[in-house]
Design a protein around this ligand. Structure first.
Ligand code: SF4
Length: 296
């Protein structure tokens, strides 16, 4: 996560990015992280994301250059805010293309762009294709209510579709009016491989996120390669219970008072974690991902 800053402030953003969000990597820090990533051996790809990484274009470009020189595959995720005209987009993209990036992912959905037919994301997508870049589109729909097709649920019971993850700002902004399910149903984490993580997100404060706001540890205190080597979900106070019994077990283990129903497992998990933030500040971090104002 090159930066938490973003020109937009989307309702579904699970890291509370926005124009006033603090925290951006320096090039020295990026270099340090990439050198540590090399030592880990199993890391093959590095993505530059945010926030919006194109806001710090020269730092992103230099970071990509260093990552490519070390042999990493590189991807970039953007909301395409710079997509004004094809001629201008090419000026932004050509340096990335020359560095041989393996994927440019553009967010093209109702959260990021109101116009469906011609919007900055579609223009960036088309220009990237024309340049011969590998480009893909990410689309998260706003929550929709649909009849359940899950056999474990009662036939016809509504579920929430659309792909929005109910963490971060989505919990504050998008929950109202959505159907909820009993908390007893949430006995596993449905999205992350907490025991054997396949990817992590690093932020400028040094947190290694296994899921947004759930940190393995801090790379400014312990080298990244050491953190990864020593990580064991079972001895992690939050990942242990989550991996064993999902948000329900996490709440039970630490006796967290909770509601009877939640929209999904992430909604439950996020609120239990938020309630535990002062007990495990090094693992539930940074606070801004839980909606508390950042001060640095
Ligand atoms: S919020 Fe919790 S349940 Fe959802 S993916 Fe993250 S760790 Fe898993």
């Amino acid at each position: 996560m090159l930066t938490y800053m973003c020109n937009s402030e989307c309702d579904h953003c699970f890291v509370y990015s926005g124009p006033n969000a603090k925290g951006t990597f320096t090039i020295k820090q990026i270099n340090q992280i990439l050198e540590e990533s090399l030592k880990i051996k199993t890391i093959k790809s590095v993505y530059f994301e945010g926030g919006e990484p194109f806001l710090f274009y020269p730092i992103m470009l230099e970071g990509i250059k260093i990552a490519r020189s070390m042999g990493f595959k590189v991807g970039v995720v953007t909301n395409s805010y710079f997509g004004t005209s094809e001629e201008d987009i090419v000026l932004w993209l050509r340096p990335l293309h020359r560095l041989g990036i393996a994927d440019l992912s553009v967010s093209d959905d109702p959260y990021h762009h109101e116009e469906e037919k011609d919007n900055p994301a579609k223009r960036v997508f088309a220009a990237a294709k024309k340049l011969g870049m590998a480009v893909s589109s990410i689309s998260i729909e706003k929550p929709s209510i649909a009849p359940s097709i899950d056999e474990d649920q009662k036939k016809g019971e509504p579920i929430v579709g659309g792909g929005t993850m109910f963490r971060g700002r989505a919990v504050e902004k998008l929950i109202k009016g959505l159907p909820q399910r009993l908390c007893e149903e949430f006995t596993e984490c449905p999205h992350e491989e907490l025991r054997v993580p396949k990817r992590v997100h690093l932020d400028p404060y040094g947190h290694v996120h296994l899921c947004q706001g759930l940190s393995m540890g801090n790379v400014w205190d312990t080298p990244f390669s050491v953190l990864v080597k020593e990580y064991n979900a079972e001895s992690h106070p939050i990942c242990g219970p989550l991996a064993e019994g999902g948000p329900l077990l996490l709440a039970q283990k630490y006796d967290v008072a909770h509601d009877r129903t939640y929209v999904d497992a992430c909604h439950f998990c996020y609120l239990v974690r938020k309630a535990l933030i002062d007990i495990f500040p090094q693992f539930l971090a940074p606070r801004q991902v839980y909606g508390f104002l950042s001060t640095t």
